[in-house]
Ligand binder design. Structure first.
Ligand code: NAP
Length: 278
C-alpha cells in the first residue's frame, strides 16, 4: 500500500493567541501557492511550554512562530539559537529540524528593515541619527538592525530608564539614552524615527511625545499596526515626513519562516496587506 505524504503543520504559540493575525497570513499564502499544510494558533501556558515544543514535531509540525509571553524563554529551551536571536534576547521563529533539534531565530529585525526599505525606498540609514522610542523586545530587534544597516547614532528613550540602559550596555556606544521627559529632544536632526512602544495601539494611551523638532525629511515608522494610521504617524505626515506603518513588519518577519517551513518564498504585496487587514 502506498504511504500518503505527511501534511506539514506550522502555527503560532503564545498566550493569549486569539488576536494573532499570523494564521490569516500563513493560511492565505498556503492557498495562494497551492501548498499542502496548515497553520494553527495554539494557546500554550508557560508551564506546558517545554513539553509542548518537544511534542509538536512528533505531531507533524515543521516549526512555529512564538509570541508573547514565550519569546524570551524560548532561548533557554531551543537546542540552537542564532546569533541575532541571542543578541536580541528573544526568538519569534522555531524550526523543527529533521535531526530532532529545535532551532530558534528572530526575524523581527529583518521584517522591520524590509518594511522600511519597501515603503520608504529613498531612506538612507547612514545619513544621520535615528531616534527610537521604547526599549522592549521589539526595540532590541529594531536597534540591532539599525546598527547593521549603518545608522551612525541611535538615540533611545524609554519610560523605564533601566530597560534603555540595559539595551545600551548590550548594543554599545552607538546608543545614547535620553530621559523619558526629554524624548522630544531626540528628534533634532534625526533621519529615522521609530515608535517601538505600545503607545497609540487600540486600547492604549496615545503617543504624545512633541514633534516640534522633527524634520520633514525624516522617515517615521510606527511598529503599531492597529490602527494602521496612528496619531503619531498622522502628526508626522502633517509635518511632511515619509511615514511607514507597522503592518509591513508583521508581513515581512513572517516570510523567511514560511519559506523555511513550506519551501516557497511568499510575495508581500497589496493583496497580502488586504487579506491580513480583512
Ligand atoms: P514589550 O517588550 O512589552 O515592550 C513594550 C514597550 O512599550 C516598552 O518600551 C514599554 O515601556 C512601552 N510602553 C508600554 N506602555 C507604555 C506606556 N503607557 N507609556 C510609555 N511606554 C509604554 O513589547 P514589544 O514586543 O517590544 O512590543 C511593543 C510594540 O511593538 C507593541 O505595540 C507591539 O504590537 C509592536 N510590535 C509590532 C511588530 C510588528 O510586526 N509590527 C512586531 C513586534 C512588536 P516600559 O519598559 O516602561 O514598560
Amino acid at each position: 500500500m502506498n504511504e500518503l505524504p505527511k501534511i506539514p503543520l506550522a502555527g503560532v504559540i503564545g498566550s493569549p493567541i486569539a488576536h494573532s493575525r499570523s494564521p490569516l497570513l500563513h493560511e492565505y499564502w498556503l492557498r495562494r501557492y497551492g501548498l499542502p499544510g496548515y497553520y494553527i494558533p495554539m494557546d500554550i501556558a508557560h508551564t506546558d511550554l517545554a513539553e509542548a515544543i518537544r511534542l509538536l514535531p512528533k505531531m507533524g509540525f515543521v516549526g512555529v512562530n512564538v509570541t508573547i509571553p514565550h519569546k524570551e524563554t524560548m532561548l533557554t529551551l531551543a537546542d540552537l539559537v542564532t546569533d541575532r536571536a541571542a543578541l536580541i534576547g528573544a526568538a519569534n521563529t522555531l524550526i523543527f529540524r529533521q535531526d530532532g533539534k529545535i532551532h530558534a531565530d528572530n526575524t523581527d529585525g529583518y521584517g522591520f528593515m524590509e518594511n522600511l526599505r519597501q515603503r520608504a525606498p529613498y531612506w538612507e540609514p547612514s545619513a544621520g541619527p535615528a531616534a527610537v522610542i521604547g526599549a522592549g523586545g521589539a526595540a532590541r530587534a529594531v536597534v540591532a538592525s539599525l546598527i547593521e544597516a549603518g545608522v551612525p547614532e541611535i538615540r533611545l528613550s524609554n519610560r523605564t530608564r533601566a530597560r534603555a540602559d540595559a539595551l545600551r550596555s548590550d548594543f554599545g556606544n552607538k546608543v545614547t539614552v535620553f530621559e523619558w521627559v526629554q524624548a522630544a529632544n531626540m528628534m533634532e536632526d534625526a533621519v529615522t524615527v521609530v515608535n517601538t512602544t505600545a503607545l497609540g495601539m487600540a486600547g492604549k494611551p496615545e503617543f504624545r511625545v512633541p514633534l516640534d523638532a522633527l524634520s520633514p525629511h525624516a522617515v517615521v515608522n510606527d511598529l503599531v499596526y492597529n490602527p494602521l494610521q496612528t496619531g503619531f504617524l498622522r502628526r508626522a505626515a502633517e509635518i511632511g515626513c515619509t511615514t511607514v506603518d507597522g503592518l509591513g513588519m508583521l508581513l515581512h518577519q513572517a516570510a523567511p519562516a514560511f519559506e523555511r517551513w513550506f519551501g516557497v518564498r511568499p510575495e508581500i504585496d497589496d493583496e497580502t496587506r488586504r487579506v491580513v487587514l480583512s
